[in-house]
Design a protein around this ligand. Structure first.
Ligand code: ADP
Length: 560
């Protein structure tokens, strides 16, 4: 057999339709489409037709079991399922996050799917796309330049330079920038202070960008952002600095969703991209709601497993945007099940039913998590070439024994337009038509402490939550500042239900340690940092960048 084509080779061989055609087929009026070249466009939701004013489409969320370095294929299944639903005659739109350059150059890359289930043009989407991340980076860094200038110009607000909580950002994994000293060089250069850089996708500007309902809401949220504290320990907001107008101005084009297409020609909105371990991990509310105005079914994805992206999708995004998801798909692979069952990464290709059995406990907890939001999940077994029929049948039988809907899907190998997606699409379509009982996990009236305990116990399976001494103080400040009604955005490793990345499977009897709480008053949530989660990742010893190249004609290689 010839070596399988890479994602990039498959993408390059696909025939793209002009984006104007995709827009027309999706029912988007011409005046709402702004072209970024032939295959990308921004959509202005304000210019959709009057009969498209209500977001009516049903939302299908694609989540997964706890990710492993083996890769589960969540984006791949999202795209393939969208294609399969479209092929079955449903008016379907896909809503994905935009990829961040940091992981692309570092570990394994983007969020454009894989095999024959990809959004196109994959190289452009994975690199600079329509410049949204640059706009978000600029808005974030404009704020920091304005804050440091305020200190330099006399510091009328009395901002304590040691208590500025906002940082500059860059869309890169760059550990050397984690901690810096700035303003050195004497009185003419500024006020010296310690600070650092976060990755752009961890910025609160990214979070508000993804949660805002429209430009007006975006400006109000930016004004509410707390960037630091005064010498008297009072929180200071962007609104007090008076620059929310300028920051919103920098985002006015970026805030419109980007329209692209899948290999099969299904319309996809790719917009916004907060990380799911250190932010809320879903594409923008504006894109999801725009897709719901245009399509009957919207297939979207939340980062990492049900414990991270999906929990935040339900408790933060869906609640704040005011919609109820209709179905949740949990992506599982035979390889990931074996890895959670104790098989090392280099032996995942060997059949091992005992390890499957042990690893299924991880999948089971994710399935139960979906039920905690009132949703009956559909398990999508993403088939890899090394999976044996016996192993796949074992997983299907395991699901059947527990009354869990499941289908093996081949959308990577054949695309959603092929047979691999039909069964999954049929099962999802049936769930959407069934009775709906969505509810968030916790009530906003609970204290922040109680909310964190609820998530840790109900979703992670923890016994206790332990707050560090600083976190205890921050809980008291949250209460004093009237922020107890905000939802919680947990920052936790994606690899484990615990706060230790090495603990796989479905552990119990553990403690979640909260070391810091950060009120994100613009986004409207409290970030709870657990374990060793970082807001600026580093690059691995052999970065993916070393395999990438571009020839004299501009043809890229090595981008997957
Ligand atoms: P996730 O969204 O879970 O991070 P992706 O959908 O981005 O995963 O897929 C990660 C990588 O794994 C991609 O390069 C993709 O081509 C590959 N992949 C996904 N599904 C399969 C499969 N069934 N067989 C082989 N490779 C796959």
């Amino acid at each position: 057999e010839p070596a399988p084509l890479t994602d990039l080779e498959i993408a390059r061989r696909a025939t793209l339709q002009p984006i104007a055609e995709i827009a027309r087929a999706a029912g988007i009026p011409e005046e709402a489409v702004d072209f970024y070249g032939r295959y990308k466009a921004k959509i202005d939701p304000a210019r959709l037709a009057p009969e498209q004013s209500e977001p009516r489409g049903k939302v299908v969320l694609v989540s997964a079991m706890s990710p492993t370095p083996a890769g589960e294929g969540k984006s791949t299944v999202t795209v393939g399922l969208g294609d399969a639903l479209a092929r079955a005659g449903h008016r379907t739109m896909i809503a994905l996050r935009e990829p961040s350059l940091g992981p692309i150059l570092g570990m394994k890359g983007g969020a454009t799917g894989g095999g024959y289930s990809q959004v196109l043009p994959m190289d452009e989407i994975n690199l600079h796309f329509t410049g949204d991340f640059h706009a978000i980076t600029s808005a974030n860094n404009a704020l920091m330049a304005l804050v440091d200038n305020h200190l330099y110009q006399g510091n009328e607000l009395g901002i304590d330079p040691r208590r500025i909580t906002f940082k500059r950002v860059i869309d890169m994994n760059d550990r050397a920038l984690r901690q810096i000293v700035l303003g050195l060089g004497g009185p003419a250069q500024g006020v010296p202070r310690e600070s650092g850089f976060d990755i752009t996708v961890a910025s609160e500007i990214m979070a508000v960008f993804c949660l805002a309902r429209d430009l007006k809401d975006l400006k109000q949220r930016i004004a509410r952002i707390t960037f630091g504290y005064t010498y008297g320990r009072r929180p200071v907001t962007v609104g007090e600095l008076g620059v929310e107008g300028a920051l919103t101005m920098l985002l006015k084009d970026a805030i419109r969703p980007n329209l692209v297409q899948t290999i099969a020609g299904t319309p996809a909105l790719v917009h916004g991209g907060p990380f799911a371990n250190i932010a809320h991990g879903c594409n923008s509310v504006i894109a999801t709601q725009t897709a719901r105005r245009l399509a009957d079914i919207v297939v979207t994805e939340a980062g990492f497993g049900s414990d991270l992206g999906a929990e935040k999708f339900m408790d933060i995004k869906a609640r704040s945007a005011g919609f109820a998801p209709s179905a949740i798909v949990i992506v599982a692979t035979v390889r990931a099940l074996k890895m959670h069952g104790g098989v090392p990464k280099d032996r995942l290709a060997e059949p091992d039913l005992a390890a499957l059995q042990a690893g299924a406990a991880n999948l089971e907890r994710h399935v139960h998590n979906a039920a905690k939001f009132g949703l009956a999940p559909v398990v999508a077994v993403n088939r890899f070439a090394t999976d044996t029929r016996q192993e796949l049948d074992w997983v299907l039988a395991w699901c059947q024994d527990r009354g869990i809907e499941a289908a093996v899907t081949d959308v990577w190998a054949h695309g959603g337009g092929g047979p691999g997606g039909d069964e999954l699409a049929a099962k999802v379509a049936a769930v959407i038509e069934g009775p709906q009982h969505f509810a968030p996990l916790y009530d906003l009236d609970l204290t922040v402490e109680k909310k964190i305990e609820t998530i840790a116990q109900q979703i992670y399976g923890a016994d206790h939550v332990e707050f560090s001494a600083p976190a205890r103080k921050q809980l008291a400040e949250i209460e004093a500042n009237g922020l107890n009604r905000l939802p919680v955005c947990m920052a936790k490793t994606q690899y484990s239900f615990t706060d230790d990345a090495a603990v796989l499977g479905a552990p119990s009897g553990f403690t979640i340690r909260v070391r810091e709480l950060i009120p994100r008053t613009g986004a409207g949530f409290i970030v709870a940092l657990t374990g060793a989660v970082m807001t600026m990742p580093g690059l691995p010893k052999e970065p993916a960048a070393m395999r990438m190249d571009v020839d004299d004609d501009g043809q890229i290689t090595g981008l997957f």
